[in-house]
Design a protein around this ligand. Structure first.
Ligand code: DGJ
Length: 697
């Protein structure tokens, strides 16, 4: 059965995933209307759904059907996805259908304005191995003389079917507190989720899930969407009084306008959607599968255990100190050594040197070669921290090119962390940035870049440019292009996305990076929540998680080393502590735990994740890979000192007997599913355990 079907009599398209269907139709006025997003149905059934009369038509609500990409014009009063103004002052659009074509799972529907030279292509893409539908748009000015003003150009609008009630799950946060999951009723209103910061942001992640208020982790219908964009974005969720809930999203935030030059076509980023009937857990697992199969470039690679110098040495890096850390890291079993901030220019603190990407001659008198060589001699790969989009005013770069930063005439240049943002929308700035990165990677055969961005945009102007708001798009596109070029020219290079922790995690950045630095907060208690939110969309394989020192630098909380490890082992394990200060006992325990991680790593990084909640304050994650299972359970506090009940597992086969690879204890799958896995948790707070189960025989 082809993935895209068309019924010419009813002008209806049906897109099919393995277990779901999405249907749209062309209305009499040639607008594309939403019909169905949910369980599989046939073309005939979809036609019947399409013929249903929309409720609530009245003289105040003439267009009660839901548009696939609402424009301004006609009796439409909800949030438009596409807003344009033509040179004569006319706003709004009236479409004429101009045909469609299907290429495998890619459907393109072409619409032309009836009078003006505006053309739109609605893109839909489905794959045989995923229920995720990718959508985006291309908007084109077909005139050869006059520009068109674009006030909004979203990638897609999504619609949930009629339900009595609606709830939205979204991720909020801040620096050190990213990915906090919030679930709230959808107000009968327009609710805006947005980043005006030029990066995805810590504060909101461009991912929403809508349900009818009854879905749980393992049951219920969920309509979830995620935008593949790493700059400013906006998603407007609209619940109308007659009971429809729709949401439209794309790049840019409110108030920006772009000029579509004569002959120009603008492609929006992918806004992907997924319907699942198995609750939030099933939704996450389907997204994880999609990210692996359709977003990541190296999904089958196992991410190495890394060491990062930041929490150990801060800006005080030098050849001798880093070599000493590297030796300790290697002796623990670390596979990738990453030197963080402070290695270049006059960068002895956050106020100076950013932008001067040559090794500091005092700290590295012979350049980076001796350190890189020693790291490799110790059997590790070599990685470096960079922050290519930023500059300290106190730097040679800024002194030479003060016009390269985002700025506005007659406005102060707001400094955050003593730095300004380079305007990578400028071809010269972007070219220069690519050139130094390319030289750096080539000169040292760098295996890994931690690509940081430590401040949002302010005074985002582009003096002299005729369409200055374009920088909100062009900067992000330039970041993508630079990463893509570097990766093409240096196939061994791997990149970690970071923006002061998890400020830039999205499907767009994951298409050109391999993992995300989840948060600067490495406190394991806080991390349990952060990781829980992160896992709603992103797989463990991309979730950077370090073990650092106790008390924690961010929270001053003291926790046992084992607990810190067990929390970090739920993602891509890294070590970020000051190894020079670790005791022999701690180093010995770390060796054992890193070895244990390497044994479970294929299951964690390539397996399927199930979020489990035990009783009280117990939280656990189970990873399943074939018939192998890994359970990581954490109990940050133990109210009343009560023992925790056994933890009921999922996804094990009832008829199989499993052995704990550590203790040798055996359990029938039926028992693990029924009464659960007894947990051997130490007494007291910050208790945790790791259980690795394999079938007996
Ligand atoms: C913010 C990052 O999130 C940290 O891990 C570290 O790399 C610092 N920047 C360095 O300035």
């Amino acid at each position: 059965m082809p993935p895209v079907l068309f019924d010419p009599d009813h002008r209806l398209w049906l897109l099919r995933g393995p277990t779901t269907a999405y249907a749209i139709r062309l209305a009499d006025d040639d607008t594309v209307r939403h019909v169905h997003w949910g369980a599989t149905l046939t073309l005939t059934e979809a036609v019947k759904v399409a013929e249903r009369i929309s409720p609530a038509a009245s003289s105040f609500e003439a267009v009660a059907a839901v548009d696939e990409l609402a424009v301004e014009g006609g009796a439409r009063f909800g949030p438009p996805s596409l807003l344009v103004r033509f040179a004569d002052g006319t706003r709004g659009v009236q479409w004429r259908y101009a045909g469609h074509d299907v290429d495998g799972g890619h459907l393109r529907i072409r619409l032309h304005d009836r009078h003006y030279p505006l053309r739109l292509t609605l893109h839909y893409r489905v794959c045989a191995d995923s229920d995720v539908i990718e959508r985006w748009t291309t908007v084109e000015n077909h005139d050869d003389r006059t520009p068109i003003t674009v006030l909004r150009c979203d990638s897609a609008a999504w619609a949930a079917p009629h339900r009595t009630d609606y709830r939205v799950s979204h991720l909020v946060g801040g620096w050190n507190s990213e990915f906090q999951l919030r679930r709230t009723d959808v107000a009968v209103a327009e609710t805006v989720f947005t980043s005006r910061r030029g990066v995805t942001s810590h504060h909101a992640n461009p991912r929403l899930a809508v349900d009818d208020g009854t879905a749980g982790e393992e049951h219920g219908e969920v309509w979830s969407t995620a935008l593949a964009w790493s700059g400013s974005w906006r998603i407007t969720l609209h619940r109308d009084p007659v009971g429809r809930t729709t949401w439209t999203g794309g790049f840019g935030h409110e108030g920006l306008t772009w000029s579509l030059a004569p002959g120009e076509a603008l492609d929006t980023p992918v806004f992907a959607g997924l319907y699942t009937a198995g609750g939030f857990g099933a939704a996450s697992r389907a997204w994880h599968g999609y990210v692996r199969r359709h977003v990541l470039s190296h999904p089958n690679e196992t991410r190495p255990v890394l060491y990062n110098s930041w929490e150990a040495t801060g800006f005080d890096v030098d050849e001798v100190g880093q070599i000493a850390l590297a030796a300790r890291a290697a002796s623990l079993g670390v596979e990738l050594f990453v030197m963080d901030d402070g290695w270049f220019g006059a960068r002895t603190g956050d106020h100076v040197g950013l932008g001067d990407w040559v090794p500091n001659p005092v700290r590295f008198p012979n350049g980076l070669r001796p350190l890189a060589a020693e790291v490799r001699r110790l059997g590790m790969r070599f990685g470096l921290w960079v922050e290519p989009e930023m500059v300290n005013p106190d730097s040679d770069l800024y002194r030479a090119h003060p016009d390269w930063v985002l700025h506005m005439t007659n406005r102060d240049r707001t400094e955050l962390r003593n730095q300004l943002v380079l305007n990578l929308g400028r071809p010269d700035t972007a070219e220069w940035t690519h050139a130094w990165l390319d030289r750096l990677v080539a000169a040292h055969d760098i295996d890994f870049l931690k690509w940081d961005a430590n401040r949002p945009f302010t005074e985002a102007g582009w003096p002299g440019h005729g369409d200055p708001d374009r920088l909100w798009i062009e900067h992000t596109r330039a970041v993508y292009r630079i990463m893509d070029r570097l990766r093409a020219d240096h196939p061994g290079l791997r990149i970690e996305a970071c923006a002061g922790g998890g400020g830039r995690a999205d499907l767009g950045i994951l298409a050109r990076t391999d993992q995300v630095w989840t948060s600067d907060n490495t406190d394991p208690v806080d991390r349990i929540d952060i990781q829980h939110g992160f896992s709603q969309l992103y797989p463990a394989q991309v979730m950077g998680a370090w073990v650092t020192d106790s008390p924690n630098a961010a929270t001053a909380r003291e926790t046992p080393l084992r607990f810190r490890f067990h929390v970090a082992m739920a993602g891509v394990l890294g070590i970020g502590g000051d190894l020079a200060a670790w005791t022999d006992d701690e180093l010995k325990e770390a060796v054992e735990l890193i070895a244990a991680y390497k044994r479970i790593r294929p299951v964690v990084q390539h397996g399927t994740a199930y979020r489990l909640r035990g009783d009280g304050t117990l939280t656990a994650v189970q990873y399943a890979h074939g018939d192998e299972h890994v359970v990581l359970a954490w109990c940050p506090t133990r109210p009343y000192g009560h023992a925790t009940a056994p933890l009921r597992l999922t996804a094990v086969r009832p008829e199989v007997v499993y052995r704990d690879t550590d203790t040798g204890a055996t359990y029938a799958g039926a028992v693990l599913l029924g009464s659960g896995l007894p947990l051997d948790l130490p007494s007291g707070d910050h208790a945790s355990t790791l259980v690795h189960l394999r079938p007996v025989g």
